[in-house]
Design a binder for this molecule. Structure first.
Ligand code: NDP
Length: 246
């Protein structure tokens, strides 16, 4: 029996990368896992099918985080389909970088809609279903804490918003026994930030352990925060970045 047997989790952006690793890990711990995706239905359905074939329970829901109504509907539907909701992982995010003078208002609106507004919307929708012992865990970035190079101002700003959001929401929901935490990954090998990409060497050079993280390294801390063992962690940020911000 896993640490999360009987629990129901929802992971936003669970079809690929860090989100998919979180979906797999929470399912391995015994949770029934709903997850959203937007552009990769094949990957999403294949992941859900793989978990079900392995004896777990997972379902994919198409919902663009930039669309609040779609996101709320997916969360409400998942809570009905799986019977309850105990764990929300706000993982979906986008990275838009480049010279500051060239970042457009469209870049700004889309980044803030997915990296910030969707976290607010999903947390509010999920909290309505949650009871004592529930968890809200968001995936920020170590760039929300320190910005080591030019070209990432917008992304860093969007991720830093999650710090105060996490602290405030921990206060708002504490009386209901719901904890709220933030996980801030560093360079993690995914489609967003491949370990063999053009930006990888500079990132490795900044790390104390000069090796990219694996998505499973981020899933591990999420699983711990979601479990009973993580119950006293609240309103806190956990930076998991190979020492890049040390
Ligand atoms: P990927 O780009 O590899 O995967 C992104 C996931 O989010 C996919 O499942 C994608 O779905 C989903 N997604 C993207 N946009 C939306 C949207 N509008 N609505 C719903 N789902 C969406 O990213 P990572 O796995 O690397 O990143 C996951 C999180 O970790 C992000 O918040 C990112 O900012 C953060 N992070 C990543 C780091 C890294 O080095 N990789 C470092 C620090 C933080 P679909 O497959 O359907 O497109």
């Amino acid at each position: 029996m896993g640490n999360l047997t009987g629990k129901v989790a929802l992971v936003t952006g669970g079809s690929r990368g860090i989100g998919a690793a979180i979906v797999r890990r929470l399912a391995k711990e015994g949770a029934a896992v709903a997850f959203t995706y937007v552009s990769a239905p094949d990957k999403a359905e294949a992941l859900a099918a793989d978990i079900v074939t392995g004896g777990g329970n997972a379902r994919a829901y198409r919902a663009d985080g930039a669309d609040p109504a779609a996101l709320r509907a997916a969360i409400d539907q998942a809570a009905v389909d799986l019977g309850r909701l105990d764990i929300l992982v706000n993982n979906a995010g986008i990275y838009v970088g480049g010279p500051f003078e060239e970042v457009t208002l469209e870049d700004y609106d889309r980044t803030m809609a997915i990296n910030v507004r969707a976290v607010f919307v999903a947390s509010q929708a999920a909290a309505r279903h949650m009871g004592e012992g529930s968890r809200i865990i968001s995936i920020g970035s170590n760039l929300g804490e320190r910005v080591p190079a030019p070209g990432m101002t917008l992304y860093a700003m969007s991720k830093s918003a999650l710090t105060a959001f996490t602290q405030g929401l921990a206060r708002d929901l504490g009386a209901r026994g719901i904890t709220v935490n933030l996980v801030q990954p560093g360079s993690t090998d995914t489609d967003m930030n491949p370990a063999d990409g053009s930006r990888a060497e500079g990132q490795r050079a900044r790390m104390a352990i000069q090796r990219y993280g694996d998505a499973s390294n981020i899933a591990s801390i999420v699983a711990w925060l979601a479990s009973e063992e993580g119950r006293f962690a609240n309103g806190a940020a956990f930076t998991v970045d190979g020492g890049a911000n040390a």
